[in-house]
Every structure is written in structure tokens, then in C-alpha cells.
Design a protein around this ligand. Structure first.
Ligand SMILES: [Ca+2]
Ligand SMILES: [Ca+2]
Ligand SMILES: [Ca+2]
Ligand SMILES: [Ca+2]
Length: 253
């Protein structure tokens, strides 16, 4: 009886520790070089933040001026921008749900009108080592939405310089693992898919990292999803310690 309750307790502990702790991982986002208007294109917000709605029906349909909006986690119909009601959606017509590795994680809600701001910068601080996913409009560089974005000296060169990689699991319209996973994007929150984004990733340690300009005038600003990296080695060591302590206590009792 004592043993079974101990095992149950340890299992619960295992489950708790193995699940990435998401809430509160994004500690802060400092935006510079954005439009930074008093209303509409306000500075970037992120999961858990509450801010007053300043334009009707933004960032979600039905939003009322003066009411508060609290940013949820990334998922179906999560709003992409502070200054539009565009949103990320599942796309059943193309058997393209939002990828499981993104859903439920914290994300950043930026202003779409910052898409053309050359000196745009987000200094993002995270509490835990994290995999950061950049969601980038397929039309970057070539205006063609059926192909991934391409990066060059005038189109998000910093993605190449920082060493981001394509997240390519075949989760796209052509089930092709040779190109990035895709995200369906509903402009105007009217349940029609208008654009596709591609997914790129990079791991960062706890602390602050910087993201830069979108170089995407007339198209869409990027999105950012932050997933804390589980640390099995650390929690396994902790578990060994807890087990040892529990057994030592039992021996003493
Ligand atoms: Ca607006
Ligand atoms: Ca602008
Ligand atoms: Ca393209
Ligand atoms: Ca639409």
C-alpha cells in the first residue's frame, strides 16, 4: 500500500516534470522601430498580457473598444496581429491542421503595419531554454504564396545570418518534407484561408534574443511562437534524488 502510493506520487511527479512548462516563459518583449501608435498599431503583446481594445473588431471579431483583450496561447483562430483580425487557422480542405508542436505554446502578437519598418526590432526575453518558431508569409521576396519565402540581402537576411532552419516535417499542402511546414492564414477572420506561412526554427538559451525587420511591405508581418525545451536529463536527475530521499525516509520510519 505504501509502495503503491509512493509509485503513484512519483508517476505524477514524472508527468508534471516531463510536460513543458509553458505559462510565463516569455518574460518580456521590447519593441523598437515599430509604428507604435496610441491606437491600432500598438506595440507587440504576448501570451498572458491583457491590453485595452482600441479598434473595434481587432484583434478578434467582436472586440469592443474599451474592453480588455487577453492574449491566449497559439492555436486555431489565434489572432496574428494587434492591428488586424487576421488569424492562424486549421485548414481541413488541405488536410493541414496547425502543427502540434506549435499549438498550446506562447506566442507574440505584433502589428501588421510594422511589416515595412526597416529598423523594427523585438528583444524577447525567455525564462527557459526555448525553441523559437518564426512563421513567415510565403510571399516574401517573390509575392508567390505557393512557394516558401526566400531570404536575401533585402528580405530578412538576418534569418540566414542567425542560422535559422526550416521546420520541415512534411506538414504542408504537398506533404513534402523537402520544404517547410505550412500554416494556413485567414485574413479578415471570415473563415476563408487567404495566405500560407512557412515555419522556421532556432533554439535559444534562457535570456534575451533579438528578432528584426520583416521586409514585407504590402504583405504580412511574421509571427513568433516560443516553445520551452524540455530538459529530460535535468528532471531525470531530480527524480533520482527524490526517489532516494523517499526511500531514505521510509527506512528511517
Ligand atoms: Ca487596424
Ligand atoms: Ca509601418
Ligand atoms: Ca514564395
Ligand atoms: Ca479570410
Amino acid at each position: 500500500m505504501v509502495r503503491s502510493s509512493l509509485c503513484f506520487g512519483v508517476l505524477a511527479l514524472c508527468a508534471g516534470l516531463a510536460t513543458p512548462v509553458s505559462a510565463g516563459n516569455i518574460v518580456g518583449v521590447v519593441e523598437t522601430g515599430g509604428d507604435n501608435e496610441a491606437t491600432d498599431t500598438i506595440t507587440a503583446k504576448w501570451t498572458g498580457q491583457t491590453f485595452p481594445v482600441s479598434v473595434v473588431n481587432e484583434p478578434i471579431p467582436g472586440a469592443v473598444v474599451g474592453a480588455n483583450y487577453t492574449v491566449g496561447v497559439f492555436g486555431h483562430q489565434a489572432p496574428a496581429f494587434v492591428d488586424r483580425n487576421h488569424r492562424y487557422v486549421d485548414d481541413p480542405a488541405n488536410t493541414l491542421p496547425l502543427p502540434g508542436y506549435l499549438v498550446g505554446n506562447e506566442y507574440i502578437l505584433s502589428g501588421n503595419d510594422n511589416r515595412d519598418n526597416a529598423s523594427y526590432k523585438l528583444d524577447v526575453t525567455v525564462a527557459a531554454p526555448s525553441t523559437v518558431y518564426m512563421l513567415i508569409d510565403n510571399r516574401l521576396s517573390d509575392t508567390v504564396g505557393t512557394t516558401p519565402p526566400t531570404f536575401d540581402a533585402t528580405h530578412m537576411q538576418w534569418i540566414l545570418d542567425q542560422g535559422w532552419s526550416a521546420t520541415a516535417n512534411g506538414l504542408n499542402r504537398t506533404q513534402n518534407a523537402g520544404v517547410p511546414d505550412e500554416i494556413a492564414f485567414d485574413e479578415g477572420a471570415d473563415d476563408t484561408v487567404n495566405q500560407y506561412y512557412s515555419v522556421y526554427e532556432k533554439d535559444f538559451p534562457a535570456g534575451t534574443f533579438s528578432l528584426f525587420q520583416a521586409d514585407n511591405a504590402g504583405q504580412n508581418m511574421y509571427g513568433v511562437v516560443v516553445a520551452p525545451v524540455p530538459e529530460p536529463a535535468t528532471w531525470a536527475l531530480g527524480l533520482v534524488g527524490v526517489l532516494g530521499l523517499a526511500l531514505a525516509r521510509r527506512r528511517r520510519a
